[in-house]
Design a protein around this ligand. Structure first.
Ligand SMILES: Cc1cc2nc3c(=O)[nH]c(=O)nc-3n(C[C@H](O)[C@H](O)[C@H](O)COP(=O)(O)OP(=O)(O)OC[C@H]3O[C@@H](n4cnc5c(N)ncnc54)[C@H](O)[C@@H]3O)c2cc1C
Length: 494
């Protein structure tokens, strides 16, 4: 048996029944459920106070509450097919997803259904899809509201949260292999935090770990996130170190195309690329060969687009450039900092200049008098870029984009000057992590559970391929409860 050779016998700096690693939605749901069941909990959080909450805090705030376990089962199987998640997992997920509203209301939340149903059903043609019902807390959608309800519940119950205390390694009993605690870091000190019953990993995905992105995500040389900058794949590394199996590592909610500047850790989404914005002016996106490669205004299904008769991740040939004309530049800001979700709008709050000139001066936007000059600045083949714009103009004149079928913002380019913004692949979150079972226990490759180690949330999410929006926070609630209830049933260590 593989064990982590950290001294298991030294004194503990702190102890509780459950050590929950990561204070986002899954960590909150786990801690609240364990507390309700009478267990003591320490929540370890990497971020400083005020920046906790992970992706949950900056998400669009929707969570899934399915209306029928049977339909939910069929829908999840169809989303994950042809590869199937074990039926025991699907069953427990389907049962619990119907109970999210009851649980959330009991914790003090105010479940309100999103308007515009059934538009929120991401794959309405799949069997069971009409079980989808999306909810959020209170009257306003977004702006951290669902997160605030969870955080209020944690505060009211005086659950012990340790900020700026990242978990670094799991401690195992060398004889039994059981996970008995966590080595964490606080203010340059190493803390030994003991778990009398279990450790639950809820520390999110690897959105900010470029090495893991390169190794695990399909077709991406690099990628940035619009979510928390604190999720760096720590839970994956810690659980691998003690022999966990991994699953769903190549699934992620992305990519989209967005601006990433060194000034901020997270991406800025460009208004002209939003599927619902009809702005004035000409705009295309090209790859390193100077050619378009997609319908720039396509409403992807969390990064998947319909191609070759299948939902597949959007291709993102890097570097990509949004090339546009003076009409678009001079009309409206290219970025809207008042959006209801995303780390940059919610936590950073950058105010983009109304006339885009500050960002031009910063070099985030490039300008040239002619397309060949712009191409030279961007290191693109000048003839090809000019031809791409000419072809686009011809599509607009003909009223049909015969290359990619774009129907939105079909405006010809004016006569210059011309502009470009470099775009990077961007994602909401990754779905991969340690494989877990229907009790939320972390498993080894042979299917056996690593004793006293549990997980919940996007760290090893159940979504293996297609994703239903609001499914992640719904899963945080559901598997947070499952992990907590099973962990609390463990016999306390002597
Ligand atoms: C812009 C955006 C919009 C989204 N909208 C929705 C939506 O509306 N509905 C939906 O279902 N999903 C949405 N998602 C996805 C969803 O937010 C996440 O998948 C989900 O919130 C993940 O919850 P979690 O608790 O697993 O992880 P997180 O909420 O990310 O929490 C993980 C926590 O662990 C901490 N941490 C990391 N490493 C360590 C460590 N070593 N030690 C201690 N702590 C650590 C982090 O700081 C963080 O606080 C969105 C995501 C984004 C970015």
């Amino acid at each position: 048996m593989q064990t982590n050779r950290i001294d298991a016998h030294g004194p503990w700096d702190a102890q509780a029944d459950l050590i929950v690693v990561g204070y986002g939605g899954a960590g909150a749901a786990t801690a609240l459920t364990a507390h309700e069941a009478g267990a003591s909990v320490i929540l370890l959080e990497k971020a400083p106070r005020g920046e906790e909450g992970g992706n949950t805090r900056v998400a669009a705030q929707g969570y899934l509450n399915t209306s029928s376990a049977d339909k939910a089962r069929r829908y999840l199987n169809a989303l994950c097919g042809p590869y199937t998640v074990p039926s025991s997992m699907v069953d427990v997920w389907a049962e619990e997803m119907c109970r999210n509203n009851d649980w959330f209301a009991r914790m003090g939340g105010d479940p309100q259904e999103h308007q515009h149903q059934p538009a929120g059903i991401e794959f309405p043609d799949l069997p069971g899809a009409d079980c989808v019902h999306k909810f959020h807390h209170g009257d306003i959608l977004g702006f951290s509201k669902t997160w605030e309800a969870l955080a209020d519940a944690v505060t009211q119950r005086h659950i012990d949260v340790r900020y700026e205390t990242p978990a670094r390694r799991l401690i195992q009993d060398p004889a039994s292999g059981e996970v008995i605690g966590v080595l964490a870091e606080q203010g340059g000190r190493t803390l030994r935090v003991g778990a009398r019953k279990a450790v639950v990993l809820t520390c999110g995905g690897f959105e900010n770990n470029q090495d893991m992105i390169r190794n695990f995500l399909p077709g991406l040389p690099y990628c940035y996130t619009s979510g928390t900058p604190y999720n760096e794949g720590d839970g994956i590394r810690m659980s691998m170190e003690i022999g966990a199996d991994l699953w769903h590592m190549n699934n992620y909610a992305g990519p989209s195309m967005a601006l990433k500047v060194p000034d901020f850790p997270t991406t800025l989404s460009m208004r002209p690329l939003h599927f619902s914005h009809e702005l004035r002016g000409g705009m295309i996106v090209v790859g390193p060969d100077g050619q378009r490669f997609t319908d720039e205004k396509y409403k992807t299904r969390h990064g998947k687009i319909w191609q070759s008769g299948k939902w597949m991740p959007l291709r993102t040939p890097c570097p990509m450039y949004m090339v546009f004309d003076h009409t678009l530049f001079s009309n409206e800001p290219l970025y809207d900092g008042t959006q209801p979700s995303g780390w940059t709008p919610i936590m950073i709050g950058y105010t983009w200049s109304r006339d885009n000139r500050v960002e031009l001066d910063k070099g985030w936007i490039q300008r040239a008098a002619s397309l060949p000059e712009l191409a030279a600045q961007l290191d693109l083949p000048p003839d090809v870029l000019s031809q791409s714009v000419a072809t686009w103009n011809a599509h607009c004149a003909a009223g049909i984009d015969t290359a990619f079928g774009r129907t939105k913002m079909r405006n010809r380019f004016d006569g210059g000057p011309y502009y470009a913004v470099e775009l990077s692949p961007s994602m909401l979150n990754t779905q991969g992590g340690p494989r877990r079972n229907e009790k939320a226990q972390v498993l080894r490759p042979d299917g056996s559970p690593i004793a006293r180690l549990y997980s919940a949330g996007e760290l090893g999410s159940i979504f293996s391929y297609l994703y239903q929006g609001t499914g992640n926070i719904g899963e945080c609630f559901a598997f947070g409860r499952i992990a907590a209830l099973n962990a609390v049933r463990e016999t306390p260590r002597a």
